[in-house]
Design a protein around this ligand. Structure first.
Ligand SMILES: [Zn+2]
Length: 397
């Protein structure tokens, strides 16, 4: 049965804006986009001519195990695996209803992400790209997810184990982070260990992303051949100090590594503190962290470093349907609305090896979102979701 979506406009991130259109969908695929609102009589016509059609969005950094409830890192892995699977599925559905038709999970406990993917009804979920537990040193950042490995041989074995379990990506904690006892501004693996991880993953056709909160972490990641860097922080101490490194930024641009700056996570923390009635100093501290992240990412983008939008949803207070906020932050750092839009659609689909995704054109998968407004002019329009199609079927709101 052919579906004919009558829309006010179509915005493809590469081809730009078309006016009033009839978009035909068959068997989960866009088959044609025709100007005007004519549709054959045997088609199921859905009239959304007050809305704009865009591709489903891609969130490059989520934690589906977590509940965005501010839970302390060390308590995250306490629920039973069954509960974590339930939480994973519920969070994935929240993302889908928010117009996010692909998520990349970069840290969940043991095999709970893979178990959720096996248990869930794929049509009711976004595409799930899963890293499983992040590979981390003994007692390193996120050790409680179950991905501990040390030494060049140890990390190589760990990569194989995770790919055997179903990992689509390998995530590595290349510096410390929010886990007590770890040091965010210090690297956790040697360059040789990181290179061993990349070698083992690439040998099996799997890409590697590295959590990096400091310049030395990123330097090693780039030299080791990482495909992607999470957070891309330049922390120098525990008091919020940081120092941008222009030479490193040039090396990152040269290497073609993609960064996910996770800017909005600090914005949601600031707003949470305001809602709690926190004192001005606390609110100011989160504002400063946010501003810092924005100015550093602006410099990375200006240096020509590639980027993919990702929220860190689940962690701290970032909701699973908050990608529009993150995209707006990216736009504001200099790239502008059209490029920020591509960083959550076509550009990231290509980086993720999802050929044809992140586009609205004949032949593209019908993972589509109806929104109010044109995101290449008003990026906030991505947050005004009117309806979502996954594989050509409307997702229940
Ligand atoms: Zn994260």
């Amino acid at each position: 049965m052919t579906l004919a979506l009558l829309v006010g406009a179509v915005v493809d991130p590469e081809d730009g804006t078309s006016g009033p259109s009839a978009v035909f969908v068959d068997n989960g695929t866009v088959t044609a986009i025709v100007p005007g609102h004519d549709a054959p009589e045997d088609a199921t016509v859905l009239d959304h001519r007050d809305a704009t059609l865009v591709p489903g969005l891609i969130d490059a950094h989520v934690h589906l195990n977590l509940r965005a409830d501010g839970e302390m890192m060390a308590n995250i892995a306490k629920p039973s695996d069954d509960e974590l699977v339930e939480t994973t599925l519920a969070n994935a559905r929240v993302a889908l209803r928010g117009g996010i038709t692909t998520v990349r999970d970069v840290g969940s406990k043991t095999d709970t992400g893979f178990a959720a993917r096996r248990a869930g009804d794929a049509a009711s979920l976004p595409h799930l790209l899963l890293a499983g537990p992040p590979i981390t040193t003994t007692a390193g950042h996120g050790w409680f997810f179950g991905g501990v490995a040390d030494g060049e041989a140890g990390v190589r074995d760990r990569v194989d184990l995770q790919i055997d379990a179903g990992a689509d990506w390998i995530k590595v904690m290349a510096t410390g982070g929010g886990t007590p006892g770890t040091i965010p501004w210090e690297p956790s693996y040697s360059e040789a260990e990181l290179a061993s991880i990349v070698g083992a993953a690439h040998a099996r056709g799997v890409k590697v992303t590295m959590h990096c909160l400091s310049a030395e972490g990123m330097r090693r990641a780039v030299r080791a051949g990482a495909d992607h860097i999470e957070h891309a922080g330049f922390a120098t101490d525990g008091a919020g100090g940081s120092a941008f490194d222009a030479e490193l930024a040039d090396a990152m641009a040269e290497a073609g590594v993609v960064v996910t700056p996770t800017l909005s996570v600090r914005l949601y923390m600031r707003d949470h503190q305001i809602a709690l009635g926190a004192d001005a100093a606390t609110v100011d501290a989160w504002q400063r962290r946010f501003d810092n992240g924005m100015s550093q990412f602006a410099k990375l983008a200006a240096a020509g470093v590639r980027y993919a939008a990702g929220t860190d949803a689940g962690w701290h207070r970032s909701p699973f349907d908050s990608l529009a906020t993150e995209i707006a932050c990216i736009a504001e750092c200099g790239p502008g609305a059209a490029a920020a839009f591509r960083s959550a659609t076509s550009a990231t689909a290509e980086h993720f090896g999802m050929t044809g995704h992140g586009r609205v054109r004949a032949g593209a998968p019908a993972d589509l979102v109806l929104i109010d407004g044109n995101p290449t002019r008003d990026i906030a329009a991505l947050g005004r979701v009117r309806g979502v199609l996954r594989a050509g079927k409307f997702v229940a709101r």
